[in-house]
Design a protein. Structure first.
Lengths: 115, 113
């Protein structure tokens, strides 16, 4: 079964620190990859996505992620975090076919940025 | 404004009392889906719909029903809620043109006593 692992459940950083959140998936075929963010009390918003092409993708708010096919990974990065980045981050994958299109989510990483 | 709306946002109910959570999107999306979010488990798909009158089970469908009579609406029905259905529920939608990029509603926090 397809699964997504997020290694860090809770990360605490100081402002201006660099961020890297790990995401690994287990799926044998081609996948589409996503990072979603959920700010406190809000719904999920798409940060960035990878369908094909350049494995380094840039998203909103200075976030980027790198798809490494050989490692089945799609880690999220940001060079310098801000207090406003405090949120929960979810990695998600789905096969690119026209079928069920269910996003399989990781369990999430709660990021706390201290001023 | 393009959006997915859900109602109610918060609901406290008792075991066995039927309830419906509504979901509506104004983007003319064909695909709609329901997820539940539980601590440590991420989001899991309950049901999905590829288009009007086409629905199918996701990963955790037990205890839920859905219907898709109109393109914009996709209500989630709990015929006999139980405490293990206490959760945060999200509706999502997407189009075939931007398939797999799903837009989420604001969530419905349900507590079943």
């Amino acid at each position: 079964a397809q699964s997504v692992s997020q290694h860090n459940h809770h990360v605490i950083l100081s402002e201006a620190a660099s961020l890297e959140l790990g995401c690994n998936y287990s799926y044998g075929g081609t996948v589409n990859l996503f990072w979603y963010v959920q700010y406190p009390g809000q719904h999920l918003q798409l940060l960035l996505k990878y369908f094909s092409g350049d494995p380094l993708v840039k998203g909103i708010k200075g976030f980027e992620a790198e798809f490494i096919k050989s490692k089945f990974s799609f880690n999220l990065r940001k060079p310098s975090v801000q207090w406003s980045d405090t949120a929960e981050y979810f990695c998600a994958v789905t096969p690119p076919d026209m079928g069920r299109r269910a996003l399989t989510f990781g369990s999430g990483t709660r990021l706390q940025v201290q001023p | 404004e393009a959006q997915v709306t859900q109602n109610p946002r918060y609901l406290i109910t008792v075991t066995g009392k039927k309830l419906t959570v509504t979901c509506s999107q104004n983007m003319n999306h064909e695909y709609m889906s329901w997820y539940r979010q539980d601590p440590g488990l991420g989001l899991r798909q309950i049901y999905y719909s590829m288009n009007v009158e086409v629905t199918d089970k996701g990963d955790v469908p037990e205890g839920y029903k859905v219907s898709r009579k109109e393109k914009r609406n996709f209500p989630l029905i709990l015929e006999s809620p139980s405490p293990n259905q206490t959760s945060l529920y999200f509706c999502a939608s997407s189009s075939y043109l931007e398939y797999n990029e799903q837009f989420f509603g604001p969530g419905t926090r349900l507590t079943v006593l």
